[in-house]
Design a binder for this molecule. Structure first.
Ligand code: NAP
Length: 286
């Protein structure tokens, strides 16, 4: 795939994809765009991109593949900005963590879904943000889920599939609604639990002592509560229905747990721990 790759939002995900594409020598030219010139200059200094444009409409001109890697809440404004400048031959994709909202935003911004738009989501990341946190190996062995719509040209899907495969990812396709439900369970709920737990503890008067004595388990469980608040606000709002369904389901199980503990029902508490341990061990063995 020679030609030009354009990354809008040169942060952790966009920067990592640019670095990976560069080390695999996939494109002749990699350009970036974003709001913050200092960040874009830093991306050039680090060799992540070759050049940048503050205006995304300029950045997409002449690009063969455009990857929009901004927070979910900023996708629509970016789509609106690039809509008049997008070449019909260019392949457009995104990396947003919830897909139905991005697709609806694209439909509004472009006045219908472009046939060369392939919604995507790499299941890879860290709790860090920004171009300094990006690294070329982020997608090695990780899954990338594409959710092409009925309008999507299969040729465009093949281009995006090939890009992710070339940077080491395992690519699969999924229905949009199914993607959003699965991710609400496997990623969005765990992040909400980690953020809420840390917030609860931080609101306690004994917080200094609590954090001082926090051990490995606390660190493992709450690492993801250091993730970017704007990104997580946007994900919760964009995937609210599926997230609410999972939060309510979890609340029911937590209430059941609370009742068992009140009743000092050790046998049934142990059953919960055993079931969970078996499920977790099976999953980590894989
Ligand atoms: P990030 O490191 O904060 O990067 C986002 C980039 O977008 C920044 O470099 C920022 O650059 C730019 N940006 C922010 N707001 C913008 C706006 N209003 N208009 C234009 N550009 C804007 O975040 P990230 O973790 O890479 O996440 C980016 C996307 O990837 C999100 O949609 C997220 O849902 C998805 N995602 C994240 C992960 C993860 O674990 N982090 C995993 C999979 C998918 P400027 O400040 O220069 O504008």
């Amino acid at each position: 795939m020679p030609g030009r790759l354009c990354i809008i939002g040169v942060g952790l995900i966009g920067g990592s994809l640019a670095r990976a594409a560069r080390s695999a020598e996939l494109y002749d030219d990699i350009v970036g765009s974003g709001r913050n010139v200092a960040n874009l200059q830093r991306a050039v200094e680090l060799g992540v991109i070759d050049r940048y444009y503050s205006d995304p409409a300029e950045a997409v001109q002449g690009a063969d593949v455009i990857v929009v890697a901004v927070p979910l809440g900023a996708m629509e404004a970016v789509f609106e900005r690039i809509a008049p400048a997008l070449s019909p031959a260019a392949v457009l994709t995104d990396v947003g963590s919830a897909k139905a909202g991005v697709i609806a935003a694209a439909e509004r911004a472009f006045g219908g879904l472009p046939t060369r738009f392939v919604p995507g989501h790499p299941i890879a990341g860290t709790e860090r943000s920004g171009v300094d946190a990006s690294f070329a190996e982020l997608f090695h062995g990780r899954r990338v889920i594409l959710t092409p719509t009925s309008e999507t040209d299969p040729g465009a899907t093949m281009v995006v599939h090939a890009l992710w495969q070339a940077v080491g990812a395992r690519v699969m396709e999924m229905d949009v609604a199914h993607h959003d439900e699965v991710l609400a369970a496997t990623s969005h709920l765990p992040h909400i639990l980690a953020f809420t737990l840390v917030d609860t503890l931080a609101g306690m008067s004994e917080r200094d002592e609590i954090f001082q004595y926090a051990a490995g388990g606390f660190r493992d469980f709450t690492r993801i509560a250091s993730s970017d608040p704007v990104m997580w606000r946007d994900i919760c709002l964009a995937n609210d229905k599926a997230v609410l369904a999972m939060v309510e389901r979890f609340q029911r199980d937590l209430s059941k747990f609370t009742e068992l503990l009140r009743a000092a029902d050790g046998e049934r508490l142990k059953e919960i721990f055993e079931r969970a341990k078996q499920a977790r061990d099976r999953y980590s063995d894989k």
